[in-house]
Design a protein around this ligand. Structure first.
Ligand code: SF4
Length: 276
C-alpha cells in the first residue's frame, strides 16, 4: 500500500493498517447459506446506529466507538492470492458482513477493487456484494467480468430525516437509489435490501420509487431479532430512537404488507439473502 495513501483519518474515522491471519471467513449464523464472508476492512465509518456488526468489535472501547474507526486489512490481497492454488470457483462469497466494502476510505485505497480483480481473474466465485454506497458504480467494469454476481444496495427508508437519525454518516437515500439503478441498467443483477426497514413516510410512493429503478429483487426485514424479540441485537442508540419514533413491530408489519402488495416478488427476512 502506497505511503501517500495511508491516511490516518477519513471524516470522523481513525484509520489503522493491520495485518490479518485470514481474509475469508467461513460463513455462519445469519449468513450460513454462504461458503465465506469477505471483509476487506474491520469497523465501518458509516456507523449506522443499529449496526449489529458493532457487537463483533474486539474491545468494549471499539464497540462503543463504532463508526469512528476503520482497520484496513493491508495484507488482504496477498492472502486472497494464496487461494490461487485452490481457486474459489463456484464458492459463494458474501462481501461484506461486518463492514461496508465501499465506505469512503475505499475511494482512495481501492482495496475492494483489488480483491474484485483477483476474484474475477482467478476464481469466479458466486459473489454477492452488500453496500450502502454509490461508490460501487466505480467497479461496474469489473463486476461485468463475473459470471455470477449480485449487488445488494441497502435502502432503509424513504425519509432523509429518518435516514439522518439512524444513518447520519451514510450516503443519502437518493444517491443510493440512483446508484443501484445504474448498476442494474449496466446489466448486473441487483437487489434493494430494506434491512432493516426504518420508519417510512409514504409506503405506496416508496414502493413506486423502488420499482422505478428497474431492479427486480427486493428484500425486507425488521431490526435484527434474537429469540423472537423485535430489537435484540440492535444497539442501544437505535433502541432509543425506535422507541421515540414509535416504530413498533405492528407498524413495520403494516408497511411491509403495503410493500408486498405493490412488489409481490419481495422476499422477507433471512431467506431473501440466500446465495444467487
Ligand atoms: S454500513 Fe453496514 S457494517 Fe457499516 S455501520 Fe452500517 S450496517 Fe454496519
Amino acid at each position: 500500500m502506497e505511503n501517500d495513501l495511508k491516511k490516518r483519518m477519513i471524516g470522523t474515522s481513525k484509520i489503522e493498517y493491520k495485518k490479518v491471519s485470514s481474509i475469508l471467513t467461513k460463513a455462519t449464523g445469519f449468513m450460513n447459506t454462504y461458503d465465506f464472508t469477505l471483509n476487506p476492512y474491520s469497523g465501518c465509518s458509516f456507523g449506522c446506529t443499529y449496526c449489529y456488526a458493532a457487537f463483533f468489535s474486539k474491545s468494549e472501547q471499539l464497540k462503543s466507538n463504532w463508526g469512528h474507526w476503520v482497520h484496513v486489512k493491508e495484507n488482504a490481497l496477498d492472502l486472497l492470492i494464496k487461494f490461487r492454488k485452490k481457486p474459489l470457483y463456484g464458492k459463494t462469497i458474501y462481501m461484506s458482513s461486518v463492514t461496508d466494502p465501499y465506505m469512503p476510505i475505499e475511494k482512495d485505497l481501492m482495496l475492494t477493487r483489488d480483491l474484485l480483480k483477483e476474484l474475477a481473474e482467478f476464481h469466479q466465485p458466486r459473489l454477492v456484494i452488500q453496500t450502502r454506497s454509490p461508490l460501487v458504480t466505480r467497479d461496474i467494469d469489473l463486476l461485468k467480468q463475473f459470471i455470477s454476481v449480485q449487488v445488494n444496495m441497502t435502502i432503509t427508508t424513504d425519509s432523509e430525516d429518518v435516514r439522518k437519525v439512524f444513518e447520519p454518516l451514510c450516503p443519502s437515500n437518493a444517491t443510493r437509489m440512483k446508484a443501484i439503478k445504474e448498476v442494474n441498467d449496466s446489466g448486473i443483477d441487483s437487489c434493494i435490501t430494506m434491512t432493516p426497514l426504518l420508519p417510512i413516510e409514504n409506503a405506496e410512493q416508496f414502493a413506486s420509487n423502488l420499482k422505478s429503478t428497474g431492479v427486480k429483487n427486493f428484500i425486507v426485514q425488521p431490526f435484527h431479532s434474537e429469540r423472537g424479540k423485535f430489537v435484540r441485537g440492535t444497539r442501544d442508540s437505535a433502541l432509543h430512537i425506535i422507541k421515540k419514533m414509535e416504530w413498533s413491530l405492528d407498524e413495520y408489519k403494516r408497511v411491509e404488507s403495503i410493500l408486498v402488495k405493490h412488489i409481490p416478488e419481495i422476499r422477507i427476512g433471512k431467506k431473501g439473502f440466500k446465495p444467487i
